[in-house]
Design a protein around this ligand. Structure first.
Ligand SMILES: Nc1ncnc2c1ncn2[C@@H]1O[C@H](COP(=O)(O)OP(=O)(O)OP(=O)(O)O)[C@@H](O)[C@H]1O
Ligand SMILES: [Mg+2]
Length: 508
């Protein structure tokens, strides 16, 4: 069977970085082909070349699609061939309806007038194909991430897709939504639509992929075939990292001290619907040297809780007290929270994390400008030393700290965000999905840093949707549902089943 796509000898350089060095990859018709690799391995870059984001001429190598060599100069060119990419960061416009988003730039019109009947009818059709029961009129901003992802796929189907590219589609989805998405990929496959799936969730990859290509440092290490044998996750990890990774969680011995964070009766209302409590009477304690987790489903109010504690940066705080190190704290701004010793690392680095046009060096010290200042002036040498120290310690993949953070790979951006919080040297560090989009090797490094911080006496509060991560890292786990804490478990007693049971008991 002739391949659907062949990318041959693809080499792409950025100033100071070789992102891809002679990558060759072949995609068969109707297969699900996974591309995996560490943060910065070159996965997104390869897909941007294929989809015309980086046009023909800006890289070396050739692309053969459907039996002919192609020059792809723009996204339009790739879409004309039926190659459709859904990027790591979704691109739907929140204030437009589903139908408007799907047919944006591709309107159903007669004599220049948009035919809404036809548009809505076709949208309904497409939504049915991706298993969504929403009205075509629903605004995209109202949909959760999982549903937005499905709308993106519906949009791809509206364009006669032959090869669908998904760059970490499930990284911000819960388990149910991820399942639905992968199921849809399998259905598309049954109808002959090939897909390329980029993901750090190796269990998903091993389950749905026909073949897996592993990239390391911009080169293709190996392509594993899952059609004739089951591929173990460990085998993929070994190829990705270049060595076997025996443990997923570093060992730690916790010495837990007195409470550093005590929150009582914390209640927060929705910012625009004041009759809704998003956080309702939460009591919470984190001790010195303790790693405390918050488990819960998407929408349980965990991020809202964390953000409201962080200088009331979410919602309308109505009641509750907070003590840090035994002292009452009334932090009405993030700055005041940082000064009081509480730092928050957001799950959403695009909107409230990094300054993408600034260098790594400028981004890291932002949490603690005094730490790099002398006589109230930023000391360039100190700034450089601090940033470079973090670059090494966190293994941020970049030739120098002068690189703009916006051009770092997703996982490396996360390391910069984390470095910044560490530099403030907080007494309490709140981490919201700290390893989202992070490769397995780097996850281990981040866990090690969390353990070191705890050992040095920092109290850690960690929100995560990855249950194994909570179970592997925490001393104690709170379970949150619909704005309330519905249970707490010491690590020794916690299991995935018990946590799910607490959540479901509440809903049932
Ligand atoms: N516009 C750019 N300018 C400079 N360097 C870049 C640019 N885009 C990517 N790079 C570099 O190219 C390399 C590959 O990045 P890429 O985004 O493809 O990695 P990735 O495999 O998708 O990683 P992740 O899993 O973190 O998303 C990285 O070292 C990155 O810093
Ligand atoms: Mg990427």
């Amino acid at each position: 069977m002739p391949p659907l796509l062949e990318m041959r000898g693809i080499t792409k350089t950025f100033p100071g970085v070789t992102a891809l060095a002679g990558v060759t990859i072949r995609i068969d018709p109707g297969e699900i082909h996974a591309v995996v690799g560490e943060n910065g391995a070159g996965k997104s870059t390869l897909m941007k070349i294929l989809s015309g984001v980086y046009p023909h001429g800006s890289y070396e190598g050739t692309i053969v699609f459907d039996g002919a060599e192609r020059t792809i100069r723009s996204i339009r060119d790739s879409e004309r061939l039926g190659i459709i990419i859904i990027h790591q960061e979704l691109a739907l416009i929140p204030l437009l309806s589903i139908a408007e988003n799907i047919f944006l730039g591709n309107e159903r019109a007669t004599a220049g007038v948009i035919d809404w009947r036809e548009t809505h009818a076709r949208t309904r059709d497409l939504l049915a194909r991706v298993g969504l029961a929403e009205s075509p009129r629903t605004l995209c901003g109202r949909l959760g991430m999982g549903k937005q992802q499905l709308v993106e796929i519906a949009k791809a189907l509206a364009k006669e897709v032959r090869l669908l590219i998904l760059d970490e589609p499930t990284s911000s989805l819960n388990e149910t939504d991820s399942e639905a998405l992968l199921e849809l990929l399998l259905q598309l496959k049954a109808r002959g639509i090939a897909s390329i799936l980029i993901s750090h969730k190796l269990n998903e990859v091993a389950r749905v992929a026909d073949r897996i290509t592993v990239l390391r440092d911009g080169a293709c290490v190996r392509t594993l075939d899952c059609r004739d044998r089951t591929i173990a996750e460990d085998e993929i990890v070994r190829d990705m990292v270049g060595r076997p990774l025996t443990d997923r969680f570093p060992p730690r011995s916790a010495t837990v001290g007195e409470p550093v964070l005590e929150v009582r009766g914390w209640t927060v209302r929705h910012p625009t619907q004041p009759d809704r409590s998003v956080v309702d009477g939460v009591d919470l304690t984190v001790r010195r040297g303790e790693v405390v987790g918050i488990a819960g489903l998407m929408g349980a109010g965990r991020t809202e809780l964390a953000m409201s504690l962080f200088g009331r940066s979410y919602g309308r705080w109505t009641a509750g007290t907070m003590r840090i190190g035994g002292r009452p704290v009334d932090a009405a701004t993030p700055r005041a929270a940082i000064d009081a010793g509480l730092c928050y690392v957001t799950e959403d680095r695009k909107h409230c994390g990094l300054l993408p046009d600034e260098s790594i060096r400028r981004n890291i010290p932002l949490s603690n400008l005094e730490g790099i200042a002398r006589f109230l002036v930023v000391d360039d040498h100190r700034e450089l030393a601090v940033a470079d120290g973090f670059r090494r310690r966190m293994a941020i993949k970049s030739p120098s700290v002068e690189q703009k953070t916006g051009t770092l790979s997703g996982g490396n951006q996360q390391k910069v965000v984390l470095s910044r919080a560490l530099f403030a040297d907080p007494r309490v560090l709140v981490l919201d999905e700290p390893t989202r989009g992070i490769d397995v090797g780097a996850k281990y490094e981040i866990y090690r840093i969390i353990n070191d911080l705890a050992a040095a006496g920092t109290g850690i509060l960690m929100i995560s949707s990855e249950m194994p991560e909570l179970l592997g890292m925490c001393d104690r786990i709170y379970v949150m549902n619909e704005g309330r804490f519905v249970g707490a478990l010491p690590a020794a007693e916690a299991t995935q089943e018990k946590i799910m049971h607490m959540i479901i008991a509440r809903n049932g």
